[in-house]
Design a protein around this ligand. Sequence first.
Ligand SMILES: NC(=O)c1ccc[n+]([C@@H]2O[C@H](COP(=O)([O-])OP(=O)(O)OC[C@H]3O[C@@H](n4cnc5c(N)ncnc54)[C@H](OP(=O)(O)O)[C@@H]3O)[C@@H](O)[C@H]2O)c1
Length: 323
Amino acid sequence: MNSKHQYVELNDGHFIPRLGFGTYKPQEVPNSKTIEATKIAIEAGFRHIDCAYAYQVEEEVGLAIRSKIADGTVKREDIFYTSKLWSTFHRPELVQSCLEKSLKKLNFDYVDLYLIHSPMELKPGEELFPKDENGKTIYDHVDLCAVWEAMEKCKDAGLAKSIGVSNFNHRQLEMILNKPGLKYKPVCNQVECHVYHNQRKLLDFCKSKNIVLVAYGALGTQRDKQWVDQSSPVLLDDPVLGALAKKHKRSPALIALRYQLQRGVVVLAQSFKENEIKENIQVFDFELTAEDMKDLDDLNRNYRYLAAEFGADHPNYPFADEY
Ligand SMILES: NC(=O)c1ccc[n+]([C@@H]2O[C@H](COP(=O)([O-])OP(=O)(O)OC[C@H]3O[C@@H](n4cnc5c(N)ncnc54)[C@H](OP(=O)(O)O)[C@@H]3O)[C@@H](O)[C@H]2O)c1
């Protein structure tokens, strides 16, 4: 194992690198940027790559990873690759086909981690966000436990080494954990998590069940106009992050990432810029004090950048619960 990359053991015995590279990109960014950034990330030392069917860049990410395998930088087994089941594929008979589509685009035999992207199922079909004539997103109704059973079959078929969930609240997680005949527990729950929404209660719940919390949006998200209110506070401009950055002679981004590692959270970081990608890997090179951690804890205001408002009246909308 790469010493720079500390790993966390998942509840199924596999290991996940504690820092991951995010590959979501807003529509206006050309796909070629994803190829370039993913290659830079691997060269810089990232071994955990987070992607999803819905990001529509798995072909590019696969190409980048395979080129770094071809030039001898890494082997396939050095890379921890995550993909996600999109919400229009929740019907149990469709679950494996979504994973197979991802694998075909990637030109991989397996993914390391496969997640249910969101608990909110949508009408099956070609469109990622099917809409009715009034522009309202069309939902579907599938028992989440049945989706989970189909995920377990993907693991048994060897197409995913580990399986987990994303954007689940603790009640939805508990429902899976209490499912009669549960074969595999979710290994993780990937959720929005940063100093303005530190997910303390969900984190404690996950820890008590041996489920890893994976943080997305740890740097305040990409502020994609499609999803994020442009008047929302810019996380990396926060004065407390700025003061700690000065104190540790690091950037606010590194402080925000280090905060997550020190509370046992696996953290994702996205960037298309070479200097930032190389900087983010330095998260292992310094330590915050208990007092610094307390100052950062105090920034919490349960603020969500990505509240998925399109699904606010979905029966499985996860963010109405406290945690
Ligand atoms: N499961 C889900 O539903 C879900 C949802 C959202 C995201 N995700 C995953 O989580 C990943 C990360 O989240 P995210 O993409 O929302 O963004 P993020 O990692 O919170 O933030 C990315 C932004 O931070 C800035 N940044 C990165 N490194 C920096 C540095 N060293 N110094 C200053 N600024 C820096 C970049 O801005 P500039 O490059 O403009 O400087 C970039 O736009 C995604 O890519 C995706 O893989 C999952």
